[in-house]
Design a protein around this ligand. Structure first.
Ligand code: ARG
Length: 281
């Protein structure tokens, strides 16, 4: 009698465990079949199925990304674009680039307008709340562009106290200028080249951007000077550029990291940077 009851209990426990397993399997299977579940399952498959990787960038940031007339055709080039091409190659799809304002890039991932953003973007904590980031593929310092004639007057961020300092809208440089230069008058525009033009007509005293961009502009224009010892305090993590993808991009992030690692190991990223700098307009 006692033994019989024990058997019965064991039997019930086993049966319910079995049932539970069945239910949870069914749950998983259902989740996999739903639209959302599939999206979470394979972003890579989704891109392969449509045959195109849509890329958002802001092509005004040489040598990262910029426009150049190549064989009579306006083309977006730069070392970021070379990395994007390698990602498209790995996916076996074609690359379609959408050029937009830098400040619209994160939103374009959230609305699903593009699959990926590569734009010399720093994976800040704030942005990480809205998008996924790859590992860092490149690290840069900051520079301050000024007019040659001002080079004795302005020597670092502190000498710009109370001056009009410009940066591209929506960038971390906007934050640096506003937060680390006392009494600054901030001027935000959509491109560094517009800010340089504004500086030439006397509306802006200095422009903050990443050092490679400052140096590129210096090579192109002989009326400019670049301050390299800026005095800005920048979070180590915020010096690096990473590729942004919509939240929940799972396997796409893994694939992108794999490509970045391969390119870095082969010295290809450095090669792309040298080549982009040689393509000076
Ligand atoms: N690294 C800076 C940031 O993430 C500026 C990048 C600007 N990039 C561009 N393509 N215009 O805020």
């Amino acid at each position: 009698m006692k033994k019989g009851l024990f058997k019965k209990i064991i039997g019930t426990v086993l049966a319910s465990t079995f049932l539970f397993t069945l239910v949870s399997c069914g749950g998983e299977a259902n989740k996999g079949a739903s639209a959302d579940g599939e999206k979470a399952k394979s972003k890579v498959q989704e891109i392969k199925d449509k045959g195109v990787l849509t890329l958002g960038t802001s092509a005004n940031y040489p040598p990262y990304e910029f426009h150049k007339n190549i064989d009579g055709k306006d083309t977006i080039i730069g070392f970021d674009i070379e990395i994007a091409k390698e990602i498209a190659k790995e996916l076996g799809v074609k690359l379609e680039i959408t050029d937009m304002k830098f400040e619209s890039l994160v939103a374009s991932l959230q609305t699903g307008t593009v699959d990926m953003v590569i734009a010399g973007m720093n994976p800040t904590e704030e942005r990480q709340k809205s998008v996924d980031f790859s590992n860092i593929y490149y690290t840069a310092e900051h520079g301050i562009i000024i007019l040659n004639k001002d080079k004795d007057k302005y020597t670092n961020k502190d000498s710009l106290k109370g001056k009009t300092v410009g940066a591209q809208k929506g960038t971390i440089q906007e934050g640096l200028a506003k937060e680390q230069i006392s009494d600054v008058k901030f001027k935000g525009l959509n491109t560094v080249s517009d800010l340089i033009m504004d500086m030439r007509v006397g509306n802006v005293d200095a422009v903050v951007c990443e050092l490679p961009v400052a140096e590129y502009n210096l090579k192109k224009n002989n009326d400019l000077h670049v301050i390299t010892d800026t005095g800005f305090k920048v979070d180590e993590a915020e010096k690096g550029s990473a590729i942004a993808m919509p939240k929940g991009s799972g396997d796409l992030v893994d694939l992108v990291n794999k490509v970045i690692k391969k390119l870095a190991d082969e010295g290809k990223i450095d090669k792309f940077i040298v080549e982009a700098n040689e393509l000076i307009n």
